[in-house]
Ligand binder design. Structure first.
Ligand code: ADP
Ligand code: MG
Length: 383
């Protein structure tokens, strides 16, 4: 293999955090819904600080620090332009980037990452940006593909593969789901997953629209709540660097995580629901352990202990640049989950990522790594 070289675009490799390549953590508090009684238990104090009432001691609010903090008035465009646009650009520097939304059911994860036709979220905006960018360079021919799948009860299900599809992926998709494998170069991949070429935005809109419907239909058919599955959309961009005669590739993962609520406090009457919540708890529990291991520099990071963390491996301390959007539902009703969510998120700020430029050589990846270190972020008590 060729000797490792420094990333060619070091200056542009950024996740926006000061002092290193940590996972950037952004907080977004959604507005109160018409059905809710507004209170002021959660307040955005500044563009970096969230103040939350302390149910244990009403005299002492707790303040949490973030790279960015958005209140109910922040719109999709503002969040995208401030915090997502330049991350997406990393794909053209041959880096893997992951954005995931974490929070309780109803906190605004799907609104943030997917959005609606009237108010599009990160996924459609990212596709637009990527496709626009590929048109800027007439001398380079970019190949854009996408995959979209969910992880439910520790099994992987393709969302670009409807039962009416003429391809044979329908039959391959048993209730067991698709297997996650590792190639000789330790790249994680999902065997049999559809990788759909995307030539234009209208291509994307048709495929993505159908997939979102498929996500809903599948949840009805499997008697599942989509809030209990993780939905992962991956965009691949591949091109040839003619100056270096090398095939390059960048990837972007956009992830709508399952609800982070404590399932012990929800009504798990049926057996199936019990199996569901334990699988979800396992994934999020392992995610917490992975975060802990990375923070403390533990020798063993338990990525392999759940499907979700295996898939997220490169976004958490691995090859890619990452960002977590912590979605928060306002109001006293959510306070305990809100503190749990924010404590988890504050841990994630300490992860140091090692961006790696990917070169595809005869379908094998050669890897050039640069280690960069950052500081720490912590919750602090406010008087
Ligand atoms: P989750 O995916 O985390 O369960 P949703 O994205 O489905 O939550 O949001 C729950 C409800 O709140 C939906 O009705 C959604 O439209 C609304 N909502 C979430 N975030 C916002 C926001 N920033 N502005 C307006 N409505 C929002
Ligand atoms: Mg959702």
């Amino acid at each position: 293999p060729p000797p490792p070289s420094a990333p060619t675009t070091g200056k542009n490799i950024t996740n926006g955090s000061t002092g290193g390549h940590k996972i950037k953590v952004v907080c977004r508090v959604r507005p109160f819904l018409p059905t809710e009684y507004p209170d002021d238990s959660v307040k955005v104090e500044s563009s970096h600080v969230l103040r939350v009432s302390n149910y244990r001691d009403p005299e002492k609010d707790i303040c949490y620090n973030f790279d960015s903090c958005y209140g109910p008035e922040a719109d999709q465009q503002t969040i995208y332009d401030n915090d997502v646009r330049f991350l997406v650009q990393n794909i053209f520097h041959a880096l893997d980037t992951t954005v995931f939304c974490y929070g309780v059911t109803g906190a605004g994860k799907t609104h943030t990452i997917q959005g609606s036709d009237d108010d599009p979220g990160i996924i459609p905006r990212a596709l637009q940006q990527i496709l626009d960018q590929t048109r800027l360079r007439q001398d380079i021919s970019y190949e854009v593909t996408m995959s979209y799948y969910q992880i439910y009860k520790e099994a992987v299900f393709d969302l670009l593969c409807s039962s009416s599809s003429t391809s044979d992926c329908g039959s391959a998709q048993s209730s067991m789901g698709l297997p996650i494998r590792e190639d000789a170069n330790r790249n994680i991949f999902i065997a049999g997953l559809v990788e759909q070429p995307i030539a234009s935005y209208s291509d994307f809109a048709a495929i993505y629209g159908a997939a979102c419907k498929q996500r809903k239909t599948a949840s009805t058919r499997l008697n599942q709540h989509s809030s209990r599955s993780h939905a992962i959309l991956t965009i691949n961009v591949q091109w040839t660097d003619s100056a270096r005669s090398k095939s390059m590739r960048g990837r972007l993962h956009l992830i709508d995580l399952a609800g982070s609520e404590d399932n012990r406090r929800t009504d798990n009457s049926g057996r199936d629901r019990m199996a569901e919540s334990s699988a979800i708890n396992k994934s999020l529990f392992v995610l917490g352990q992975v975060v802990e291991a990375l923070n403390t520099g533990a020798h063993r990071v338990p990525y392999r202990d759940s499907k979700m963390t295996r898939v997220l491996q490169h976004s958490l301390g691995g090859k890619s640049v990452g960002m977590m959007i912590v979605n928060v539902a306002p109001g006293e009703r959510f306070l305990q989950d809100t503190h749990n969510t924010l404590n988890f998120a504050t841990k994630s700020r300490d992860i140091v990522n090692k961006p790696v430029v990917n070169e595809v050589l005869d379908s094998r990846w050669s890897v050039a790594a640069e280690r960069l270190y950052g500081g720490t972020g912590q919750a602090r008590q406010a008087g």
